[in-house]
Every structure is written in structure tokens, then in C-alpha cells.
Design a protein around this ligand. Sequence first.
Ligand code: GDR
Length: 325
Amino acid sequence: MPRALITGITGQDGGYLAEQLLADGADVHGLVHEQDEAAAAFASSYPSVSLHVGDLADGDRLRGLVGEIEPDELYNLAGISSVAFSWEHPVLTAELSGVAAAVLFQAAFRLQERTGRQVACVQASSSEIFGVARTFPQDESTPVRPVSPYGAAKAYAHHIAGVYRSKGLHVTSCILFNHESPRRPTTFVTRKITATAARIGADGSGVLRLGNLEARRDWGWAPDYVDAMVRAARHDVGGDFVIATGRTHTVAEFAEAALRHAGVGDAWRDHVEVDPELLRPMDTAEMVGDAGKARRELGWEPTVDFEEIVGRMVDHDVELLRKDA
Ligand code: GDR
């Protein structure tokens, strides 16, 4: 049975990935930070996953763990995931979302040299590496030109993945466009919208305060994106793959769909306000991905459309409110 090591296992994607790999019969290991508040709950939900405490900024610890666990598959999902947060902490973002990838690939390469067994690595890259793209949709040949500290850190990790690939490591960079689920924290716009929409729908009052309403994003369903990463790890060769739906909607359209689904109807606009404090120093106006290569080579395709994603997330938040009451 394959042995997998997942960094960032307690995040949205880490949980879905652990579930998929466990269902496949894999021996799943995860890296958790000692101050990760989600670790205890994760351990009780997934008792068969082996959790290892370590800090992404501690290179010796990371190298030691990869050498001890000897994974067949290594998924690097950890790091700072909020673009907004990265503006406040650019150096930390560079260390955790950028440099740590180099440590992991170097460790995987050494392990492969030592054992003679392939270590397939997957880097959870991001559409943010394209910054303000000049071509639409974006694909694997779109120039990497980030415009946020987060995008710059992810761009470094994306490039170092390519460097280790040319050295002989099976490493894939999955360029993930936005992907959502009820497990998204409310620091991201979709879950903030659905959690607030559920509350507004319940009592007909309240306001949804948002920043840039006109930003267009290509929103997909997180478990589909995790499935793409597993397919990439098991593909014959490593490479770069854009993972996206190819369809975009504005933040305002997401808010409208969520508020309508929560039962607010045509009055939805009265409940949305723009808060200038929530505007970012630099924001990409539109991101839309062409996942043609992943469709052709990995046999991957998105299975849940925009309306369904919004509906599932709102329904989950309505249910949470009902339980709380
Ligand atoms: P993003 O996701 O930055 O694209 O990164 P986020 O949901 O934070 O923002 C999407 C868009 O919505 C606009 N926006 C707001 N965003 C937040 N968080 N809160 C608000 O109130 C708000 N109002 C408007 C933002 O300006 C932006 O344009 C996500 C993360 O998952 C990354 O880790 C991942 O790499 C990329 O998607 C692809």
C-alpha cells in the first residue's frame, strides 16, 4: 500500500485528501504544527492517520521526517493560504509557502537516491502565480508574474518544483484555481458570504460587508481539486497542470446566489455593503483557468458547478445555525 505524507493536513484540502487516500487504502501521514488548534480534532476524526509535529520553517525537522517516513507520495499543501494575510506577513509567507517546498523536494530527492524508489511529489500551487494575467484563460504556458507576497512565494515553490523535476524527481505543480467547500474558513470570501447569508436568511436582517465585489474568480469544488492532485501523483510523469473549471463569476454574483438560496430573494442587494477596509492593496480582477491538459492527460474534470457549490455551502451553514439554536 502506498505511503503518503501530507503537509497542511488539517486544512480544507488536507482533510479531503486524507479521506481520499485512506479510502484508497494508503498509509497516511501528516505534518502538523504544535500550535495547530485543529490537530486534536483531526486526530480524533481520523485515528488511522499518523500525525507528526513539525514546523515548516525548521528545515532539519522536515528533512528528518521525510527520511524517517519514507513516503511514496508527498503532497505539499502547507503554508500561508490567505492572500490578504500575506500582505501583513510577507517574509513568513515566503518561508512557509515558498522555501519549505525546496526543503521538501530536496529531502524527497535524497530519499529517492538512497532507496532507489520513486517519491512522487505534488506542489499545491496557485493561480495567484499568474498575477494580473494578460491572457484569458490562463494555462500552463501563461507567464508567472505574481502581484502579491503570497503569489511570489507560490511562484518560487512552482519554479523549484520545475528545477527538481529536471533533476529527476517526479514532481508536479498543480496550479489550483479557487476551490471551495463547507470546510473553507470564513477568512475566504465564499464561506464568509455563505455563513452570513444563512444568518440573514434566518431572521431577514443583517449586512454582508465585502471588499471588491467585481473580482471575478473561477470557483471549483475542493474535493475535485484534491482528486486532481492524487491523479497527478500517480501519472507517468510529473509536470505542471492547471486545475480549474473554466467559468468565472463575480464576488457580487456569489453573494446574490447565496442570499437568494438562503431565501432573501430580490432584496439581496439591500443586505450587501462595500467596506473599503476590505479592499486589497492589489487584487487580480479576473482569474479563469484552462484545465485542458489535466482533462487530456489526467482524465480529470470538475464535477460540481457554481450554483451547486453555493447551494451546498449555504445549506451547510443553515444546518449549523439550526443546530446552534
Ligand atoms: P483568493 O481568495 O485571494 O482568491 O485566494 P479569497 O476568497 O480570499 O478572495 C477572493 C476574491 O474576493 C475578494 N473579496 C474578499 N475576499 C475576502 N477574503 N473577504 C472579503 O470580505 C472580500 N470581499 C471581496 C478578494 O479581494 C478576492 O478578489 C484563494 C486562496 O484559497 C489561495 O490560497 C488560493 O491559492 C487562491 O484562492 C487560488
